[in-house]
Write a protein that binds this ligand. Sequence first.
Ligand SMILES: N[C@@H](CCC(=O)N[C@@H](CS)C(=O)NCC(=O)O)C(=O)O
Length: 202
Amino acid sequence: MYTLYGMTGSGNCYKPALLMRQLGIPYTWIEVDLLRGATHSPDFLALNPTGKVPVLQLPDGRCLSESNAMLCLLAEGTPLLPSERWARAEVMQWLFFEQYSHEPAIATVRFWVHYLGKAEAWRDRIRETRPKGYAALQRMELQLCRSDYLAGDAYSIADIALYAYTHVADQGGYRLGDFPRIEAWLRRVQRQPGYFAMADRP
Ligand SMILES: N[C@@H](CCC(=O)N[C@@H](CS)C(=O)NCC(=O)O)C(=O)O
């Protein structure tokens, strides 16, 4: 049995939980309250010295950090991570894009506004970061004019990785109404078998 350490409401933690539900992989969820510093306790640091959730503990006890690495591990051998070289590289392209160009702007602003309540106090910081988030959304919109899913015509872990924070971007003040292709894609992801909402207990 896998164990997933995470915080409900965190997109990074939701990604492997959603994938495991969709693949029918059973797992135990352990809630970690990072807002109270639980990711920096000695017990938690023994699991992940980086001090961040999610952490995926394998049935043999080994621990993996980094949400997108978990997606790759768990999706190996399934249609959600193609084995053909180019198709696989396209999926990877979106996973790296998510971590470098999307999450640092979209998830970070959501955290500041929604969890820390700093919309006013950190207005300048937010104003500086927001255009990077919109540029990431624009890039996704362009791709979704070309294909139904991010890495082509089939649902993959690229969609799970980008769905996690895109569908709650409005909580950070992003206007998704300007991105009709993204909105239609969000609905397609929500219709996938095994889908569950992030707010529900993983
Ligand atoms: N690149 C990592 C990011 C993990 C991350 O930033 N986790 C946040 C919650 S979403 C965290 O644990 N923060 C606690 C801290 O930084 O103290 C991933 O994709 O898993």
